[in-house]
Every structure is written in structure tokens, then in C-alpha cells.
Design a protein. Structure first.
Length: 473
């Protein structure tokens, strides 16, 4: 299996042809990207939230917004490979470099190695300008020398081959932290683990879910193709539309008018497994930001009711805002920590269906959240499993006899997925795992045990796990 392109020196134009000019300012897009990367790498901010806030506060045009987005996500996505390349041309370990300078070097290295539309000379020049603009004038010589050296020698920097060093290949060529690489190789073997890593580094498409209360998929597709020519129907999700990779769907008039919601196809399929019916009462115990909540509400209609719980009031506000945009008056939001019990929120057995979309390590969504891989620790999955089991136990009490509960995560690890479900079932004989007759779009995604598994490298969407449980009559 070949590794992604490593980048190459631009031989058609000498690096010296464009030199850093003292006093010249860097582009606004690069400065925005640098500020966001600094917040993520040094302040622990979430990349999507930090980037979204930065873009909302700027007047950058579409091309510069796209460049800033590429630089942020690309630098985070390929940080492991960038560090490997920088280690080959630095005279010290990158961990010994001042954090602000290390972030600058990664930002510049991404442009040198991975950008086909930015000449290496410009990447070096702009990174040096950024260094001056953020007050690290003392490091401009180092930044200039290291990035020029990298541009000249990129093709000569060896990458560990998959056949001889599977873990080294995933870590240094495919930018996967060592502990995750080890787990994936144990789960899947070297070849498939590398395929999963490559899929986790791909730029994901934007995907929409049609609001069936306001339009049809066919009508919305016809309209969207006039603005987004690449738009096409999803293969599995009956209300899904792939929008392509460009544009800003949040500014599209159809979005503002509540005719669609941004939601990955895999996430839409979890709601297919829940299969809400008209007039039913649904409980979503980890609801924010509300994509699955609103999908359920669109299905149960005016006669139904969806109660959205979340312990974070600021994130719960996103659910209410989405409901208003979509014209959904059948959603009630309640601030509550479901791990602590629901006695004060709802009586036992009050709901026809319950969704437990549990907080998890998110290893199935690394292509969409590339910073998550650097934030996670090896001990996190086991700790998250404790929370997941508590959520499942408490939420199950709200389900009526004969009702359906769906437990889902966007991760790929057994201890957060089937182990949580199996432990719950062993302690809850009134529940069973439903393995027969999954909904049509899911038939080839549900295994013999009854577990829904979606893999980025096999199925093209985000990675998800789900199990459909039924409370016996």
C-alpha cells in the first residue's frame, strides 16, 4: 500500500528567488491559521470551535477562508508526519523548540510538503513573516533555515515501510499516535490498519440531511446543484445529500430556511437504526449539538415529542437554535447529567425510544476532528467506558416495556462499544440485543451479533458503532 504523497521540492524556481522582506506582513489567512493552531496546540482548544469563531470574526473572502481552513486542518491532520520530516532537518529535538516556534515550523512544513498551489519559496517567506508578526523575531533565522532545508531535501527523507515497520509507518508516514497505531494493528492487521489511517487523513465531504417537513431530497438536490454542482444523493441514508468539499453550506439560503442540516451519512444511519415513528416519545440523553435530536423530531411529527438532555447548557442552546431554524416545535431541552439518574427529569418507562449517543474517544471521526488524535490519552477509552455504562444504565430506566434503545458511539474500540453493551445486558435480563431484520439501508452494516459497524476505509463515512436493544414486554 503506497503512502500519501510526501511533498517535493520545487525545482523550477530557486528558493532564493523569494526572500523574506523585513517589515512585510504575512497574509491574513496564515495569521488566522497560526492563531487557531496556537490555541489548539498550546491552549487545548477544539479546532472546529476555534476555527469557526475566528472565521466569524473576520472579513476574509472565500478563497482566504478556504486557505485558512486547509492550513489549520492539514497541519493538525499531518502533524506526526510533519514532526518526522522536521526532525530530519533540525539540529535538535522538536520538543526542545519553543512551542510558538514549533507551531510555526509545522505550519510552514505543511505548506512545503503538502500544498500543490503554494510555492516552497512563498511558504518559507510567509512563515518567516508570521514569526515576526507574533513577536519571535529571534527565531526567524531558524525558521528560514529549517524550512529551506526541508524544501531541498523532502524527497530524501525516508519513511518507515509498512511491510518492515507497520507501527512506524502509521506513526511517521500516516500521522497516527503510537498507541492508536498499536491498537489498530492489533484489531485489523497492518494492511487494513494503514487503510484506516489513510481514510482518517482524508478531507471529508460535507453531507446534509434533508428536512422532510419542508422539502424532498429530489427537490433540494435540483436546487443545490445550481450552486453546488457536485451535490449528489447519499448511497445509504434516504435523506442524505453529499455536498462535495467546497462552499459554505451554513450560508446557503436552503440551510438558513431550515430545509437541510449538516450531518455525516454515518450519523444519519444511527437514527435509521433508532427508527422513530410518527407520534412517539423519544429521549436523547446526550443531545447536543442536536443533529440526531432534530432528525428524530422530524420523524415523529407534530403529534410526537423529543426530549433532549445535556449537562452543558451552552451546548444545549445549540439544540434549541437548530430546532427553531428547522421549524420543530416538538423538542424540549432539559439540562441534566444522565449519569446521575433521571428521577427528577422523567418518570420510569415514559419513552417509546431512547438514544444514548455516548461521549467517546471519537476515533471514527479523526478525518473530521484531526486534533482529537493528539488530545486523547491511552487510558481515556477505559475511563470513558465507565461513563458510557452509567449513561446506558440510567437511560434504560426511561424506556417503556417493548420500547427500543439505541446505544451508539463514533469510535472503533471494543471497550467503548460491544464491551459496554455486553456488560449492560449481563446485568439487565429485561433487555435483549435486536439482531434480526435491521432497516434496509443497514443490512450489510450489521454483523451476525447484531452490532452496527461503519468503518471509514470500508464504507466511506465517519466510523460509528451502534446496538439496538429492546426492553421485553
Amino acid at each position: 500500500m503506497s503512502a500519501p504523497r510526501a511533498g517535493r521540492p520545487r525545482r523550477g524556481r530557486p528558493l532564493a528567488a523569494v526572500g523574506p522582506r523585513r517589515g512585510a506582513r504575512p497574509t491574513q489567512a496564515r495569521m488566522l491559521a497560526l492563531r487557531v493552531l496556537s490555541r489548539v496546540e498550546r491552549g487545548g482548544a477544539y479546532a472546529d470551535l476555534a476555527l469557526g469563531a475566528a472565521l466569524r470574526a473576520t472579513e476574509l473572502g472565500p478563497a482566504d477562508r478556504a486557505l485558512a481552513t486547509e492550513l489549520v486542518y492539514g497541519t493538525l491532520r499531518w502533524r506526526g508526519r510533519l514532526d518526522h520530516a522536521l526532525g530530519a532537518v533540525l539540529d535538535r529535538d522538536l520538543s526542545r523548540v519553543e512551542p510558538r516556534v514549533a507551531t510555526l515550523l509545522r505550519l510552514g512544513a505543511y505548506q512545503v510538503l503538502f500544498s500543490d498551489h503554494i510555492p516552497a519559496a512563498s511558504a518559507v517567506d510567509q512563515t518567516v513573516r508570521c514569526a515576526r508578526a507574533v513577536g519571535v523575531e529571534r527565531a526567524t533565522g531558524l525558521v528560514n533555515a529549517v524550512l529551506r532545508r526541508l524544501a531541498r531535501s523532502a524527497d530524501a527523507i525516508p519513511l518507515p515501510p509498512l511491510e518492515a515497520d507497520p507501527q512506524g509507518h502509521l506513526v511517521h508516514a500516516l500521522s497516527i499516535p503510537a498507541w492508536i497505531a498499536t491498537r489498530w494493528i492489533e484489531m485489523l492487521g497492518p494492511e487494513e490498519a494503514a487503510a484506516l489511517a489513510e481514510a482518517s487523513n482524508a478531507v471529508p465531504p460535507l453531507t446534509a440531511r434533508v428536512n422532510p417537513l419542508r422539502t424532498t431530497r429530489e427537490a433540494l438536490l435540483a436546487e443545490l446543484r445550481t450552486r453546488l454542482p457536485a451535490a449528489h444523493a447519499c448511497a445509504r441514508a434516504p435523506l442524505g445529500i453529499h455536498l462535495g468539499h467546497g462552499g459554505d453550506p451554513g450560508r446557503d439560503p436552503a440551510f438558513r430556511e431550515g430545509r437541510f442540516t449538516i450531518q455525516d451519512e454515518s450519523s444519519q444511519l444511527v437514527v435509521e437504526l433508532l427508527a422513530p415513528q410518527s407520534g412517539e416519545r423519544i429521549l436523547d440523553v446526550c443531545a447536543a449539538p442536536g443533529t440526531k435530536t432534530t432528525a428524530a423530531a422530524e420523524r415523529v411529527g407534530e403529534e410526537g415529542r423529543v426530549v433532549a438532555l445535556d449537562r452543558n447548557p451552552r451546548r444545549l442552546h445549540l439544540v434549541a437554535r437548530a430546532a427553531r431554524r428547522l421549524g420543530l416545535a416538538n423538542i424540549a431541552t432539559l439540562e441534566a447529567d444522565a449519569t446521575q439518574g433521571l428521577e427528577g427529569v422523567t418518570p420510569p418507562g415514559a419513552f417509546d425510544r431512547v438514544l444514548v449517543d455516548a461521549p467517546c474517544s471519537g476515533l471514527g471521526t479523526l478525518r473530521r476532528n484531526p486534533d482529537a488524535r493528539w488530545r486523547l490519552r491511552p487510558e481515556d477509552p477505559a475511563q470513558l467506558a465507565v461513563t458510557q455504562r452509567a449513561l446506558l444504565v440510567q437511560a434504560a430506566r426511561a424506556l417503556r416495556p417493548g420500547g427500543v434503545l439505541v446505544y451508539s458511539t463514533c469510535t472503533l474500540l471494543a471497550e467503548e462499544n460491544e464491551a459496554v453493551v455486553e456488560a449492560f445486558l449481563s446485568e439487565s435480563p429485561e433487555f435483549r440485543l435486536v439482531s434480526e431484520a435491521p432497516p434496509e439501508p443497514l443490512r450489510d452494516l450489521v454483523d451476525a451479533a447484531g452490532f452496527l459497524r461503519i468503518w471509514p476505509h470500508r464504507h466511506g463515512g465517519d466510523g460509528f458503532f451502534a446496538a439496538r436493544l429492546e426492553r421485553r414486554e
